[in-house]
Design a protein around this ligand. Structure first.
Ligand SMILES: *Cc1c(COP(=O)(O)O)cnc(C)c1O
Length: 394
C-alpha cells in the first residue's frame, strides 16, 4: 500500500522539467487518477494474452489525458514491454523522465527529426524508402544500429506500405541498410468494433504476408495488429505483441463498442467544489444570455469547473449530495446547476462530482458523452492542464 499523493499540473508534457511538478495547493477542482486500478486493468488484459505475447501500452495524447509520465512510470513498474506514442515531444518527455522502456512511434517521423530518433533511442515506424535512407545515413554517421517497425497498409489507408510492395521493401532494407534492424512489422485495424468482414480481410492479408516472409526467412521478430477491441474480439491475431490504448484506461472510444472484461474500470474521478449558492426568482435569468430563465424560484449552485477546464456546453448533469442535478448554464470557469429538487442540505464548497460516483449514484464517461454525441477519447482530451491531476493508490 502506498498513499503518496502527487499533484501534477502540466507535468506530463512540461519539457523543461524532468520531474512531475508537485503542486501543493488544494484546488477548486481536480482530476483523481487511481493507479491501483491501472495495475488491475493491466493485469486483467495481460492475462488475456499468451505469456510470450508482448504488451505495448499506447500512451499517445498525454496517455489518453491521464498524464504521460506518471502513467508511464506505473506501467514500467508493471514490466510493460513497450510504449506506443505519436509525437516526438512525447517520446522526449519520457526519456527525459528516465523511462527506459522501448518506444515505438506510431506515425511518420519527418526527415528533420531523424537525428533525435537516434539520440533518444526511439523506434520509428517506416513505410517508405526515403525516410529509411535518412535513417541509414544518420545511423551510419553515428555508427549506431537503429530498430524500425514496418507498417503495412491493409485497408485503413492512413499510413503504411501496400502488402504487395512489402517484401521488396524489406529486401531492399536488408541489402542497402546495414545500420537498420527491422525489429517489427504491423498493421492497424480499420473498424474492429463493428466490421468483422473488413477485419477478417485485413488479418488474412497480414497473415499471408507474414507466411510469405517466413518462407523467405525475412520475418521480423515482432508482428502485431490488435488494438483494444482487436485484443478482445480477434484473439487469433494477438501475434507477438498487442497495442493497447483505451481499454488500459478502463474505457472504450464510444459507448457500446466493446464489452470490457470483468474488473476493468476507469481510473478517473473528476470533481469540483460549489463556489456559490443562490436563489433565482421565477422569471429571472441565471448567468449570461437567455440560456437559463427560471421557471420557478430556483436554488442554483455555481460549480467551479467550466469550459476553461474542459466541461463544455452540452454536458448535462453532475452529482451533488449523491444525486444527479442538471447543468443549466456554462461559463469559462464554472457551470450553473439547478439544485431546487435536492432535499439534502447543500453548503458552499461541498464537492460536486462530474465524472465518477458519489453516494449511490454514478456518472460515467459514457453517460457524459451520450448527450454530446461525442467520443470518450475526444472529450478526455478537452480536460485542460489547469485541472490538477491527483494520483493515488487505494
Ligand atoms: C491509437 C492506436 C492504438 C491504440 O488503439 P486503442 O483502440 O485505443 O487500443 C493502436 N495502434 C495504433 C497504430 C494506434 O494509432
Amino acid at each position: 500500500m502506498n498513499d503518496e499523493i502527487v499533484y501534477s499540473i502540466a507535468a506530463s508534457t512540461n519539457i523543461n522539467s524532468n520531474e512531475i511538478s508537485k503542486y501543493p495547493i488544494p484546488e477548486i477542482n481536480e482530476l483523481d487518477i487511481n493507479l491501483s486500478q491501472l495495475h488491475r486493468n493491466y493485469k486483467i488484459i495481460r492475462n488475456l494474452l499468451k505469456p510470450n505475447t508482448k504488451f505495448m501500452a499506447v500512451l499517445k495524447g498525454n496517455a489518453y489525458g491521464h498524464g504521460l509520465i506518471p502513467i508511464a512510470r506505473e506501467l514500467e513498474n508493471c514490466k510493460c514491454d513497450a510504449f506506443g506514442l505519436v509525437r516526438l515531444i512525447e517520446a522526449y518527455t519520457l526519456r527525459n523522465a528516465g523511462i527506459k522502456t522501448p518506444i515505438l512511434m506510431l506515425s511518420p517521423i519527418a526527415p528533420y527529426q531523424v537525428s533525435w530518433i537516434i539520440t533518444y533511442n526511439i523506434t520509428p515506424m517506416v513505410d517508405n524508402y526515403k525516410i529509411v535512407h535518412y535513417l541509414e545515413e544518420h545511423a551510419s554517421n553515428k555508427n549506431k544500429i537503429i530498430n524500425v517497425d514496418i507498417k503495412i497498409n491493409t485497408g485503413l489507408n492512413r499510413y503504411g506500405i501496400g502488402s504487395d510492395k512489402a517484401i521488396a521493401f524489406i529486401k531492399q532494407l536488408h541489402n542497402e541498410c546495414p545500420h537498420i534492424n527491422i525489429e517489427g512489422i504491423y498493421t492497424h485495424l480499420q473498424d474492429p468494433d463493428s466490421n468483422a468482414e473488413m477485419t477478417h480481410k485485413q488479418i488474412k492479408c497480414f497473415d499471408s504476408l507474414i507466411t510469405n516472409l517466413e518462407k523467405e526467412n525475412l520475418r521480423p521478430k515482432i508482428a502485431h495488429i490488435d488494438n483494444s477491441s482487436g485484443i478482445l474480439k480477434y484473439p487469433e491475431a494477438h501475434y507477438d505483441m498487442v497495442r493497447c490504448g483505451i481499454m488500459l484506461y478502463g474505457l472504450e472510444h464510444k459507448e457500446g463498442q466493446i464489452t470490457l472484461p470483468q474488473g476493468i474500470a476507469s481510473l478517473i474521478t473528476l470533481k469540483a467544489r460549489i463556489l456559490k449558492l443562490s436563489t433565482i426568482k421565477k422569471g429571472e435569468v441565471g448567468g449570461y444570455g437567455r440560456n437559463f430563465i427560471a421557471q420557478r424560484n430556483t436554488k442554483a449552485a455555481i460549480v467551479g469547473i467550466g469550459f476553461g477546464d474542459g466541461v463544455s456546453r452540452g454536458w448535462k448533469e453532475v452529482l451533488i449530495a449523491g444525486h444527479k442535478v442538471p447543468i443549466v448554464n456554462y461559463f469559462m470557469d464554472g457551470i450553473m446547476v439547478d439544485i431546487t429538487d435536492l432535499k439534502e442540505p447543500v453548503s458552499e464548497f461541498d464537492e460536486a462530482v462530474i465524472i465518477g460516483s458519489q453516494g449511490k449514484e454514478q456518472i460515467t464517461w459514457e453517460d457524459a458523452c451520450r448527450p454530446l454525441g461525442s467520443y470518450i477519447d475526444e472529450q478526455i482530451q478537452h480536460i485542460t492542464e489547469r485541472v490538477p491531476k491527483h494520483y493515488f493508490y487505494e
